[in-house]
Write a protein that binds this ligand. Structure first.
Ligand code: AMP
Length: 222
């Protein structure tokens, strides 16, 4: 790589495979994985003021207001480990967030290299998300059908207990996917117009999707 920061956005609704692919990208390219949903859940777990406010929206599958999310992400992006680039997952979800991200990068003489959009049909997303279990300690997700843990109920990575997130229940999942598609289409178009959007067929297996993502990153950066 040319030594410049590698700033990437991973787009796609819940169940599109973002978490799994994000871990792969982070390992390969050494940029921190910044997932807005994980950061918000950490705020809830710590019972901060932000967490208490965010929870009201998250429990019903709605988007947390822009100002809360933008403040949280900008703060995270200013930490030292983010100076060589970031992989954003779950952010931006609205045009206001996309513009705030541009401003933040511009302030540091950086520019977004690529927006990777993992595309999966609605029915497949609902099915995948509803079978999803998350590790209580490291947040790794599993799917009992396509990506099961080696031992049922136990995380492969750190042995943590797997649980089904409140917002991964079927009704909430369907709402989250609809909200995602509705709110994020403008973000997808925004990046398409700028020529940095890459649409990726997320219905293929994890390895095939991962390889295509790497090809896209390498052709955009080198
Ligand atoms: P996720 O883990 O990305 O599926 O996010 C879980 C929930 O957190 C979403 O359903 C939203 O309520 C909230 N959330 C996460 N990221 C954002 C964001 N960028 N903007 C607004 N709300 C968000």
């Amino acid at each position: 790589m040319d030594g410049k920061p590698l700033d990437l956005v991973l787009l796609g609704p819940v169940g599109a495979g973002k978490g799994t692919q994000a871990r792969r990208i982070t390992t390969k390219y050494g940029v921190p994985h910044i997932a807005s949903g994980d950061l918000l859940r950490a705020q809830i777990a710590e019972n901060t003021e932000l967490g208490r406010q965010a929870r009201i929206y998250m429990d019903r599958g709605a988007l947390v207001p822009d100002d809360l999310v933008i403040g949280m992400i900008v703060e995270r992006m200013r930490q030292p480990d983010a100076s060589r680039g970031v992989l954003l997952d779950g952010f931006p979800r609205t045009l206001a967030q996309a513009r705030a991200l541009d401003r933040e990068l511009e302030d540091e003489n950086r520019v977004l290299k690529l927006a990777l959009y993992l595309e999966v049909p609605f029915e497949v997303l609902v099915e995948r998300a509803a079978g999803r279990w998350t590790c209580r300690t490291c947040q790794t997700t599993y799917n009992y059908r396509v990506n099961p843990p080696r031992k049922p109920g136990i995380c492969d990575i750190d042995g943590g207990e797997l649980y089904q997130r409140e917002d991964d229940r079927l009704e909430v999942v369907s709402a989250r996917i609809k909200v995602y598609i509705q709110d994020t289409v403008p973000v997808v178009e925004y990046y398409r117009e700028r020529g940095i959007l890459r649409q990726i067929d997320g219905t293929r297996d994890i390895e095939a999707v991962g390889e295509e993502i790497e090809r896209q990153i390498e052709s955009a950066v080198w």
